[in-house]
Design a protein around this ligand. Sequence first.
Ligand SMILES: O=C(O)CCC(=O)C(=O)O
Ligand SMILES: [Fe+2]
Length: 298
Amino acid sequence: MAVQSIEMARAGDIVVEKKYGLSYREFARQHLFANCPVVLGDACADWPAKDKFTPEFFRTHYGDRQVIVEGKPYRLGDYIDLMLVATEDNPAPYPCKLQIDRDYPELVPDVLPRLRYALPDRTHSRLLPGRLLNSADTLEIFLGSPGGQFPYVHYDYMCLHAYITQIYGQKEFTVIPPSQTPYVYPKPGDAWVSEVNDVRHPDLERFPLFAQATPVTFVVGPGETLFIPCGWWHTARSLTPTISVALDALNASNWKQYRQEVRTMMDPRKKLKTVAAQTYLAALGAVLDVTERVGLSL
Ligand SMILES: O=C(O)CCC(=O)C(=O)O
Ligand SMILES: [Fe+2]
């Protein structure tokens, strides 16, 4: 099948395209290893979640479950009612996150087969101790309402690649390349979070360099998956009631950046531990490079 490609948005020298029929090889060359975002128009075509995950589905089957949103507990059913009546001017709190593998394991098959573009994946390798991922969440459902805005601009924790699949409704995303990190004011001590949390109305008096950034904004709709490569700053805002599935991936393409994050996050006084972790990760990377090439998952 020929690749179909549509330009979604551009700013400065950055172009974000939507592509259909992209082979894994083309994705790896043009996006994964090139660290270039893309909207994949048909990546989740085989997911049962595509037709199943609706507000009604979650209200009917999980209405009595408790969720914590913006620090406050809600019955999921009540949150969904709120999200359906909310407006841009009066949004429901956001994000309402459901951690699929921990709290809703019976829904895991609905987001399988794993997106082929999100393979290989080392976050689930038996050889990678959870501690070295700092317990990063790697499979979540997000529910939101019109005007519901992700609370900060960030790149994904531990420099993982993010794949956000829009299942229901329309969500607007803004992405900023890693090369513009000096303009986004990373938080001291939390370098993956920007101090500029409102990209639409940035406080240029506090953050004057942000004027030099070229954020790219576009809308992702049902059935579409946004690939956000490691280190790309991003945030999101729902335009309608929304349900999205977010997953993360780690492999040869972001191993070096991931190792750098591990180094940054370790206590600098614990030199021996840092060296041990780096030595282990260097060796593990070399082993997994080989096993993944022959299609073996460890
Ligand atoms: O869909 C969203 O609101 C953004 C989610 C996100 O970027 C994240 O969880 O890391
Ligand atoms: Fe993210």
